[in-house]
Write a protein that binds this ligand. Structure first.
Ligand code: SF4
Length: 219
């Protein structure tokens, strides 16, 4: 069992990430891209793609088309041309336009805050569904990406082989008021402090609560 005191841990994490760039979807939300549809499109672009590149592509795409009707009208080739620096951009552009068409035709033009609907759309898995529900809809959901998965396992707070299993364990252990925030904090924390290789343990603000599971070398 880890000796983690969650309120203290979150307080320190908030302070640690204050000077760091925000997690991409939260940044886009703060810039006014607040709809569930915009957040979903951003999340799809972000898969296997660096946050910095995703933000630029999302801004460029939304500069041309933001609503499902506008993106459906733009078409696959034009969407692809904007997101071409994204991994799997051809598949993603097909998915994005197909989602736009379905939402335009089947949901009154706006994507509902409904997990089942989100998961029924092409290319949408639990991570993006939960991030959209958390960031755009304000629903208590845990968006477990690679950073949340890696860091919470290093703490010893969860012991899970996959992000999906980490999500299930976090849902059991973590109080709901932290569910949206944990992604917002651990994306920048995972990118800049608890990095994949050589985490910065010697200056880490939560070292005293961390079991450093699996960490063999650190800075
Ligand atoms: S002590 Fe090291 S492993 Fe633990 S959270 Fe900090 S940087 Fe990550």
């Amino acid at each position: 069992m880890s000796s983690i005191h969650i309120p203290t841990l979150f307080r320190r994490l908030r302070k640690a990430v204050e000077p760091l760039p925000k997690a991409a979807m939260f940044e886009l939300h703060d810039e006014g891209y607040t709809t569930a549809f915009e957040q979903l499109v951003a999340c799809i672009i972000s898969i296997r793609t660096r946050d910095e590149a995703m933000i630029q592509m999302a801004r460029a795409l939304f500069g041309r088309a933001r609503t499902p009707a506008e993106i459906a009208a733009l078409g696959i080739a034009d969407v692809d041309a904007v997101i071409t620096a994204s991994a799997f951009h051809q598949a993603k552009s097909r998915q994005i336009v197909e989602i736009a068409r379905r939402v335009r035709d089947g949901h009154g033009g706006g994507l509902p805050c409904d997990r089942e609907v989100l998961l029924s759309l092409p290319g949408v898995g639990p991570k993006c569904a939960n991030l959209v529900l958390g960031v755009a809809c304000g629903e208590a959901r845990i968006g477990v990406d690679i950073h949340v998965h890696r860091v919470t396992n290093r703490w010893g707070y969860v012991r899970a082989a996959t992000p999906e299993k980490t999500m299930a364990q976090l849902e059991q252990k973590l109080a709901k008021r932290y569910w949206i925030e944990i992604n917002r904090l651990l994306v920048p924390f995972g990118k800049h402090v608890c990095t994949g290789r050589l985490p910065k343990c010697s200056t880490c603000p939560v070292l005293d609560m961390c079991e450093q599971v699996g960490v063999t070398e650190h800075r």
